[in-house]
Design a protein around this ligand. Structure first.
Ligand code: SF4
Length: 574
């Protein structure tokens, strides 16, 4: 027993005989190790990161893109996104110090990396999906498609529509008229006062305000002209690609993020950022992207009612994608009036005619009709004489109507097949959809707090979204596999990537001799030989490896490189 009131820490001035190293502060099971090994296993040249393979030159060498990617991955996994905050973390957070080996890039360097590598970040995101596929973490049978609005780096006021522009011009005209009248009255009063007292007339402040309003009006008129010339409905002055998007009465100035989520472990397998607030028309594009990412011949896609569109259903069918989307109730007005809707008329495919609730036939009319949506339709009409005598006349026709017409899209059979599927399995599929599609957005928006983008323009926004999606997938895979199994599987994957890197490098140098192919000269750190990935070979989970030829060769290679590096630097490098 001691008589101390509290636990007491170390004396800050105390000198240790064997001081701890940074490695001691990061536990063996710390997820930061997963980031380190993952980025080290990436082929940054193939992913086309800038400054990869730098051979140095005059001045300071650049930061290794791998280190900056590690910093961003760590930041996005820990809800730190801004470049200034990442800069601070690199100086005070021991995990980041370990991850970057003490490097502390400035915020401009960090921000420029995200700006300049948007396409490469998208490629890393795609690579991760491929990796998850190789690790057997994707089911490849069913995906749920969903969309969510994210705020852009733009305010609602910065986005101009023709209506808003006209309102602003009208308000400015009113202001200009009021100021002009006030200025004239002021001038007259001041001239009279000046004549009486010999003091020069003032009023510059009001004149300046009037000039500013005129300038503002000219700018709005200029923007309206640009808007008319663009053929678009909106003009964004801050972020050129952000748009006013509205859903369920909510208006957001930003982007619509679309995702396809695999059924097996709720991983995002495909995603896209668009600025169209309407999900109609996105179904086929997203399902096709998911199908390609999964590398499957056929796929089932489920989505909510906002995705319903006959043409995209048809496109899905043609691409061997089976869609499940709730059918919208488009005949509410007729049903509300107690009248028969199109659903009450049965199509007889063999006879190519419709039968009405009274059993009468509606036969096809000559020619086609182009609907408002652009789709071609065939009209089917009943006979006037039959309808006149029909006892259901009041429930079927409008007041002055003499016959009933039904429009049938030329590819209506697609919709009928889809309706039959929904009648059979729709409820179960919609339950699965809800459990799948809302998980990633719920996690990203509510847990991580990612509701807006920090960058502007499609290219950069898509790059930032890729980081968000990558971090969602990354943390999910870590949770599913655990760190040891992740390291083991990644090392196996990393070896394959390393061999691809070696081969490319050898080919580039024109060195095709057998010896060099087996033991190419060790590249410098900056060019990116990633020994950390192979260091994972010695992790306790390495027993999970299959002793393949590639693993054996890679081990030999590591030994050879380590020996050479040790001779060169006098240190152990592996
Ligand atoms: S009014 Fe004509 S189309 Fe309507 S139910 Fe009667 S017969 Fe059929």
């Amino acid at each position: 027993m001691t008589n101390r009131s509290y636990k007491i820490g170390h004396n800050r001035e105390q000198v240790s005989l064997l001081p701890p190293c940074v490695e001691d502060y990061v536990g063996r099971d710390n997820p930061v190790r997963a980031i380190d090994v993952y980025v080290d296993a990436l082929d940054l040249i193939g992913l086309e990161f800038r400054d990869v393979g730098s051979d140095g030159g005059a001045g300071q060498p650049p930061y290794d893109p791998g280190d900056l990617l590690k910093l961003y991955l760590y930041g996005y996994l820990n809800q730190v996104r801004s470049s200034r905050r990442l800069e601070r973390e690199a100086r005070r957070n021991v995990e980041v110090m370990w991850l970057l080996r003490g490097l502390a890039p400035g915020y401009r360097t960090i921000a420029n990396f995200r700006r300049d590598n948007a396409a490469a970040l998208r490629a890393v995101n795609r690579e991760f999906v491929l990796l998850a596929h190789r690790m057997d973490l994707l089911g490849g049978q069913l995906v749920a498609i969903d969309g969510a609005f994210f705020h852009g780096d733009a305010s609602k006021a910065s986005i101009l529509t023709a209506k808003r522009g006209a309102e602003q011009i009208a308000a400015l005209d009113r202001g200009i008229a009021q100021y002009s009248a006030a200025l004239e009255a002021n001038d007259r009063a001041e001239e009279a006062a000046a004549a009486a007292s010999d003091t020069p007339a003032a009023g510059g402040d009001m004149a300046q305000k009037l000039a500013a309003m005129r300038q503002r009006r000219a700018a709005v008129a200029d923007d309206l002209a640009k808007l008319a010339a663009s053929g678009d409905g909106q003009l964004s002055r801050t972020d050129p690609d952000a748009r006013l998007l509205s859903k369920h009465g909510q208006i957001v100035a930003g982007y619509n993020v679309q995702i396809a989520v695999d059924d097996k472990h709720k991983l995002i397998v495909a995603s896209e950022v668009v600025n169209d607030g309407n999900d109609t028309g996105q179904l086929h594009a997203m399902a096709q992207a998911a199908k390609e990412a999964l590398g499957v011949e056929a796929l089932t896609a489920v989505a909510d009612a906002g995705y319903y569109n006959g043409e995209t259903l048809k496109a899905c069918e043609e691409a061997a994608i089976t869609p499940y989307v709730p059918l919208p109730d488009r005949d509410q007005r007729l049903k509300g009036q107690g009248r028969f809707s199109a659903e009450d008329f049965r199509y007889d495919a063999a006879a190519d005619l419709y039968r009405c609730p009274a059993g009468a036939e509606l036969r096809p009319m000559q020619g086609h009709k182009r609907q408002a949506s652009g789709k071609m339709a065939i009209r089917y009409a009943s006979r006037r004489s039959v309808c006149r005598a029909c006892p259901l006349h009041g429930r079927c026709l409008a007041n002055k109507g003499e016959r009933r017409e039904i429009e049938r899209w030329v590819d209506e059979a697609v919709v009928e097949r889809h309706r039959a599927r929904m009648d059979r399995d729709g409820k179960a599929m919609m339950r699965r959809r809800k459990a799948l599609a809302e998980h990633p957005f719920g996690t990203l928006k509510c847990r991580a707090g990612y509701r807006h983008f920090l960058v502007r323009g499609f290219a950069k926004v898509r790059g930032e979204w890729s980081l968000m999606a990558l971090c969602y997938n990354f943390s999910r895979v870590l949770r599913i596999l655990g760190l040891d199994r992740w390291l083991a599987l990644l090392a196996r994957y990393g070896i394959r990537r390393l061999w691809a890197l070696f081969a490319r490098r050898c080919c580039r140098a024109g060195e095709r001799r057998r010896d060099h192919a087996r033991f190419p000269p060790p590249p410098s750190d900056a060019t990116g030989l990633r020994l950390h990935a192979l260091a994972a070979l010695s992790c306790p989970a390495s027993a999970l490896f299959h002793p393949t030829l590639a693993v054996g060769r890679a081990r030999n290679y590591v030994r050879a490189v380590s020996k050479t590096c040790s001779k060169k630097t006098g240190q152990s490098s592996g």
